[in-house]
Write a protein that binds this ligand. Structure first.
Ligand code: PRP
Ligand code: URA
Length: 216
């Protein structure tokens, strides 16, 4: 695999070996639905752990068996996870395992098979959204059309602090996303070579939604 050189401040490629190992299992076409689902959830948790390292904390008083001290906890409960349907749903529980009190919104988009442009069919965000850190999930960033449309929608509804988590990205998708939303942090598990003529990521993992839900 060619190593992708990150050019933008808002793009992070998380190249931890444990993550890479799990992504390789996802790519394998013999990996069945059950294992695929578990892997997507585990990968989301590992990615979320890194992406949320700047969450604000505050000190509280606590008494250990030895003495009293001040120790940090996450400040406030202002997080939202917003999966892009369908495939982004597979990542939600991984993030909720880290932040169980987060609210969950949904953005329903599907790609037109011919134009590859996204079409919106359902959107609901937690309200109010302005103060929340919003973690958008979608395993695949291909042309970037769906990711850009989802973040457009969130911003139109007042979302400001947005992080986007994808497991596999194409360079074309990163370019488009950065151009549209240079203020949004994009975290990728890995960056693949290119898109093919059907706008699928090569080598990729195929259709993420179909593999998570066992459709097709
Ligand atoms: C897939 C994927 C992304 C989108 C990526 O969803 O989960 O949402 O394609 O492609 P893009 O970067 O070119 O927009 P799809 O539209 O196939 O819907 P699904 O999750 O319901 O299968
Ligand atoms: N959507 C997918 O599920 N896979 C791709 O490779 C591209 C878009």
């Amino acid at each position: 695999m060619i190593k992708y050189e990150v050019k933008y401040d808002n793009v992070t490629v998380l190249d931890h070996p444990l993550l890479q190992h799990k992504i390789t299992r996802l790519r394998d076409k013999t990996t069945g639905t059950n294992e695929f689902r578990s892997l997507v959830e585990e990968i989301a948790m590992l990615m979320g752990f890194e992406a949320l390292r700047d969450l604000p904390t505050e000190l509280i008083d606590v008494e250990t068996p030895i003495e009293k001290c001040q120790s940090p906890v996450i400040a406030g409960r202002k997080l939202a996870v917003v999966p892009i349907l369908r495939a982004g749903l597979g990542m939600v529980n991984g993030i909720l395992a880290l932040t169980p009190t987060a609210k969950v919104g949904h953005i329903g988009l599907y790609r037109d098979e011919v134009t590859h442009e996204p079409h919106e069919y359902y959107c609901k965000l937690p309200s109010p959204i302005e103060q929340r850190t919003i973690v958008v999930t979608d395993p695949m960033l291909a042309t970037g059309g769906s990711a850009v449309a989802a973040v457009d929608f969130i911003k139109q509804h007042g979302g400001k602090k947005i992080k986007f988590l994808c497991i596999i990205a194409a360079p074309e998708g990163i370019e488009r996303f950065h151009k549209a939303h240079p203020d949004v942090q994009l975290y990728c598990g890995c960056v693949d070579r290119q898109l093919n003529e059907n706008a699928y990521i090569c080598p990729g993992l195929g259709d993420a939604g179909d593999r998570i839900f066992g459709t097709k």
